[in-house]
Design a protein around this ligand. Structure first.
Ligand code: ATP
Ligand code: MG
Length: 582
C-alpha cells in the first residue's frame, strides 16, 4: 500500500490501518495535511546503549515512513555534553542498521543546528518572548511554584531585549560561570502546566561536546532544541513517548512565536516547491516488559558497578546484549509489531518476546546435537576405528536446507540426565538393561555400568542393534530418543545458560540500590566441557542453532574461554521458567 503517491485514503473496503498513529497518518495523507508527506525521525540521546524499548520507537518511526513512501531521519539529540559520548553514537548507529533500517541521508545531530538555534533564540528575545535571567538554579526552583501554587515572576523578566541580547552574547562568549545566567522563555508563571512557567531555553555549561568540541559553552535545552530540529528537518509527525505530553504546549509555543519564514529558510526544503508546514508531536505509551528493567540510568549503573559484563552482556535488555544472546532482527521487529502502539501504558508479558524469537528460530535455525553434561558410552559391539557417516536433515521441516553429516563412532557421549539408575515413573530414556534410540541412528541397550572408586558412574557399556537404522526394532517398542555426539569427533565447547536478570515481575525501580537488590543471582550458568557435533563449528553452518532437545543457541564470537567456542543459549525450547538445567 502506498498512499503518498496519490494522496488518497485507503480504498473503501480496504482494511483499516492498525494502531492510532497509522490511522492518523492515513487521515493526514487523505486530507493533504503536511503536503501529503510523511517524514519521521528517531531521536536518541547518545547517553547510553539502545534497549528494547527504543526498538519499539525505531520500528514505529521507520516502518511508518516505509509504509507510506516517506522518509525517516536518525537524529542524535545531543544537547547534554556531560553524559554523552561518541561510543554511544557509534553503538546506536550500529544497532539501527542491525535491525535492518536505513535512515534518510546523513546522520543528523541537534548540535549541528547550534548556530541556527542561537539565532532563533535571539529572535525570541527581540520579540520580547525570551529574556536572560540571573536567578540561581536554586532560586529559579523556588520561584517556579508547585503543582498547586503558581510561580512568581523573575525580577529579570522585564529586562529590555537589547540588554538580554547583550548578555546572551556574553554568555556565549564565556564571560559567565555555569548557572550564573540562563535564557528563559517568557510565557506564564501562573500556568497550571509547569513546563510553561518561563522554561529555560539555554544554560551555561563549560564543557566540551563530542561533536562540537570546545566551540560552545552554552547549550540549548531538550524542549527548545527538539521542536526546532524537527522544523529544520521538515519532520511531519514527531512521535515521542507519553512523558512528553505536557511538553507539547511548549513545543507548539516555540514554533508559533518564531517567524515561519525564517524557519522555512533554515529548513531542508527551503528551495523545494512544497508547502511549509510545522511538525506536530504525537505521544504513545512506552514499552514495558515483565521481568525487564529498561531506563538507561539504571542500565548504566549495572555496567559501571560490574553487575553485568558490559552493555552487551547477553542478559541485558539492550539491543547489543540481545544480539549477542542470539535474538534476531526479525524477532524484535515482529515483537514490536505484535505489541502495537497505544496511548495506555501496560506491562507486556516477556513470554511474547520469547515467543517471537522461538518462532523465528524454529523456522530458521539449523539443528545440531550438543551434549551439555557428558556421560561416556562405549558401544561394545561397534568396532574401534569404524565410523558411520550418517545423514541427518539440517531442519526437520525444511528440506531445502539439505542435510548434514554426523559421525557415529565406538565411543560417544550422551547427557547424564538421559540415563537413570532409579528411573521415575514414565522415564522413557536409558536405564540399566533398557533400550533407547540414538537420534538419527541405532537402538542401543545398556548392558553394564562402569563405576569409579567413589561409586559414581564413569561410563556405560551398551550394545548396538544394527538392524534398527531408520526402522523399528523387531518385536519390541523403544519409546525414548536421545541425542549424542561422537567422543572422538565431537568438539569441546562452552555453553552459557541465561535466566531472567531480574527477579521481580514488574521492576520499576526508584533507586540504583533497588535495581541491584532485584538482580537474579542465578542469571548465568556456565557449562564447560560440553561436546558439539563438529560440523556446527564450520563457518558455513552459521551461528544460530537449535541444539536438539536443549534449546536455541547462538555462537558468541566475542567471548574467549581458552580456545573453546562459546554458545549462548538464546532461549529454551519451551517456556520453562526457573529451569536452568537442560
Ligand atoms: P531511557 O528512559 O531508557 O533513558 P529515553 O527516553 O531517555 O530512555 P532517548 O534516547 O531520549 O531515551 O529516547 C529516544 C527515543 O526512544 C525517544 O523518542 C523515546 O521516547 C523513545 N523511547 C525510549 N524508551 C522507550 C520505551 N520504553 N518504549 C518506547 N519508546 C521509547
Ligand atoms: Mg532521555
Amino acid at each position: 500500500m502506498n498512499n503518498s503517491e496519490n494522496n488518497t485514503a485507503p480504498a473503501p473496503g480496504a482494511a483499516e490501518p492498525s494502531g492510532f498513529i497509522r490511522q492518523m497518518i492515513a487521515r493526514d495523507l487523505a486530507s493533504g495535511k503536511h503536503g501529503g508527506r510523511v517524514h519521521t525521525r528517531f531521536p536518541p540521546e547518545p547517553n547510553g546503549y539502545l534497549h528494547i524499548g527504543h526498538a519499539k520507537s525505531i520500528c514505529l518511526n521507520f516502518t511508518l515512513a516505509e509504509e507510506n513512501g516517506g522518509l525517516c531521519n536518525l537524529r542524535f539529540d545531543d544537547t547534554n555534553p556531560l553524559r554523552e559520548s561518541q561510543e554511544y553514537v557509534d553503538a546506536i548507529k550500529d544497532n539501527i542498521r542491525w535491525l535492518g533500517f536505513r535512515w534518510h541521508g546523513e546522520v543528523r545531530y541537534s548540535s549541528s543546528y547550534f548556530e541556527q538555534l542561537y539565532e532563533f533564540a535571539r529572535q525570541l528575545v527581540r520579540k520580547g518572548r525570551a529574556y536572560v535571567c540571573a536567578l540561581s538554579p536554586e532560586e529559579a526552583r523556588e520561584y517556579r511554584g508547585t503543582l498547586t501554587e503558581p510561580g512568581r515572576n523573575s525580577p529579570w523578566r522585564e529586562r529590555e531585549p537589547e540588554e538580554s541580547l547583550d548578555l546572551f552574547a556574553r554568555m556565549r562568549a564565556g564571560e559567565f560561570r555555569d548557572g550564573e545566567l540562563s535564557l528563559r522563555a517568557k510565557i506564564d508563571m501562573a500556568s497550571p502546566n509547569i513546563n510553561m512557567r518561563d522554561p529555560i531555553l539555554y544554560r551555561i555549561r563549560h564543557a566540551d561536546h563530542h561533536q562540537t568540541g570546545s566551540q560552545w559553552c552554552i547549550y540549548p535545552t531538550y524542549d527548545y532544541t527538539h521542536c526546532i530540529s524537527d522544523a529544520i528537518e521538515n519532520i511531519t509527525h514527531s512521535l515521542c513517548t507519553l512523558e512528553f505530553e505536557d511538553h507539547r504546549p511548549l513545543y507548539d509555543w516555540i514554533l508559533r512565536y518564531l517567524d515561519i519564514e525564517s524557519l522555512r529558510a533554515a529548513s531542508d526544503l527551503r528551495d523545494a516547491d512544497v508547502a511549509y508546514v510545522l511538525p506536530e508531536q504525537t505521544e504513545f505509551a512506552k514499552l514495558r516488559i515483565s521481568y525487564t528493567m529498561m531506563g538507561k540510568r539504571f542500565l548504566r549503573a549495572m555496567v559501571e558497578e560490574g553487575k553485568v559484563d558490559g552493555w552487551d552482556d547477553p542478559r541485558m535488555p539492550t539491543l547489543a546484549g540481545m544480539r549477542r544472546r542470539g535474538y534476531t532482527p526479525a524477532s524484535i521487529r515482529n515483537f514490536c509489531e505484535a505489541v502495537g502502539v497505544t496511548r495506555s501504558e501496560s506491562l507486556v508479558d516477556i513470554g511474547m518476546l520469547e515467543h517471537a524469537i522461538r518462532e523465528d528460530l524454529d523456522r530458521n535455525a539449523p539443528r545440531a546435537m550438543c551434549v551439555t553434561r557428558p556421560l561416556k558410552v562405549v558401544l561394545s559391539n561397534f568396532e574401534a576405528g569404524r565410523v558411520d557417516r550418517l545423514q541427518m536433515p539440517r531442519h526437520p521441516k525444511r528440506e531445502e536446507l539439505g542435510s548434514r553429516e554426523v559421525s557415529l563412532t565406538r565411543e560417544i557421549f550422551i547427557e547424564r540426565e538421559d540415563f537413570s539408575e532409579n528411573p521415575p515413573a514414565g522415564f522413557k530414556r536409558l536405564v540399566a538393561g533398557g533400550e533407547v534410540r540414538l537420534r538419527g541412528a541405532y537402538v542401543i541397550r545398556c548392558d553394564e555400568i562402569v563405576r569409579n572408586a567413589g561409586g559414581g558412574i564413569d561410563e556405560l557399556r551398551c550394545s548396538v542393534d544394527f538392524n534398527t537404522l531408520g526402522k523399528r526394532p523387531e518385536g519390541r517398542k523403544v519409546k525414548g530418543v536421545i541425542h549424542w555426539v561422537s567422543a572422538s569427533e565431537g568438539k569441546e565447547i562452552t555453553v552459557r545458560l541465561y535466566d531472567r536478570l531480574f527477579l521481580g515481575e514488574n521492576p520499576a525501580p526508584k533507586s540504583v540500590e533497588e535495581v541491584f537488590d532485584g538482580i537474579n543471582p542465578d542469571s548465568l550458568v556456565q557449562l564447560d566441557g560440553c561436546v558439539l557435533e563438529p560440523g556446527a563449528l564450520d563457518d558455513a553452518a552459521g551461528d544460530h542453532f537449535q541444539f536438539e532437545r536443549t534449546g536455541y543457541f547462538f555462537r558468541d564470537r566475542q567471548a574467549q574461554t581458552g580456545g573453546a567456542a562459546v554458545f549462548n543459549r538464546t532461549i529454551s525450547l519451551r517456556d520453562t521458567w526457573k529451569r536452568t538445567e537442560v
